[in-house]
Design a protein around this ligand. Structure first.
Ligand code: GSH
Length: 217
């Protein structure tokens, strides 16, 4: 079975982390192909992999899937026997809703705090819009954990695609040292402590590429 995930730099590529983490958590064996971001040949290399010219991209037995959320759906359905979404219908509906909200939203936080897992700040002032995003994210996590989190430390108890979708936000809240509620911190620690997530950060630390724009703060 040919299975490959094309990703960007682990230091910076928040979208790549999502399917990579879910696939690792599902115990899948896959080839990892890394295209360094913001280099002269980056766009051409990305366009060779998928028509949107971005990463992540999944290649599986002749099928190409791009867009992180579509990849997560494909992996869940085709490679993980449905284990990456909660089993119960209303939990699954909420998991998909908040994952879609993450996929399409929180632009203020994302642009104010670009992902850079190699940095660790002491404190970082938020814009009003970014603070509103953080408040909404904390509310989402609190609600999911209260309603469905009894069976484990993740949003729906066991690890799911919803945790994969929010993993880069966990990294941002942590690396920018943003103040959060104790229950938010507990959830963040569960995600940060996942062995594949730790592996991602360790790999990022060894990468040679530096993107000045992501190092500007
Ligand atoms: N909506 C896309 C976003 C993908 C995206 O923005 N990828 C970035 C890297 S994190 C990228 O490929 N940037 C290079 C470029 O656009 O040229 C997804 O969910 O996969």
């Amino acid at each position: 079975m040919a299975l490959a995930l094309v990703i960007g730099n682990k230091a910076y590529s928040s979208w790549s982390l999502r399917p990579w983490l879910a696939m690792k958590m599902a115990g899948l064996n896959f080839e990892e192909v890394l295209i360094p971001l913001a280099q002269p040949g980056t766009k051409a290399a990305m366009l060779k992999n998928a028509p949107n010219g971005q990463v992540p991209v999944l290649h599986h037995d002749g099928v190409t899937v791009w867009e992180s959320l579509a990849i997560l759906e494909y992996v869940n359905e085709t490679l993980a026997e449905g284990r990456l979404w909660p089993e119960e219908r209303s939990a699954r509906a909420l998991a998909r809703a908040i994952s879609a909200e993450m996929h399409g939203g929180f632009g203020a936080l994302r642009s104010h705090c670009p992902m850079n897992v190699r940095r660790r700040l002491e404190s970082y002032p938020l814009t009003q819009d970014a603070a509103r995003d953080v408040a909404r994210i904390e509310a989402i996590w609190r609600d999911a954990r209260l309603r469905y989190g009894q069976g484990g430390p993740f949003l729906f108890g066991a690890f799911s695609n919803a945790d994969a979708m929010f993993a880069p936000v966990v990294n941002r809240l942590h690396f920018y040292a943003l103040p959060v509620a104790p229950e938010t911190r507990a959830y963040m620690d569960s995600v940060l402590g996942l062995p594949p997530n730790m592996q991602w950060r360790a790999d990022a630390a060894l990468e040679p590429w530096v993107i000045a724009d992501s190092e500007r703060y």
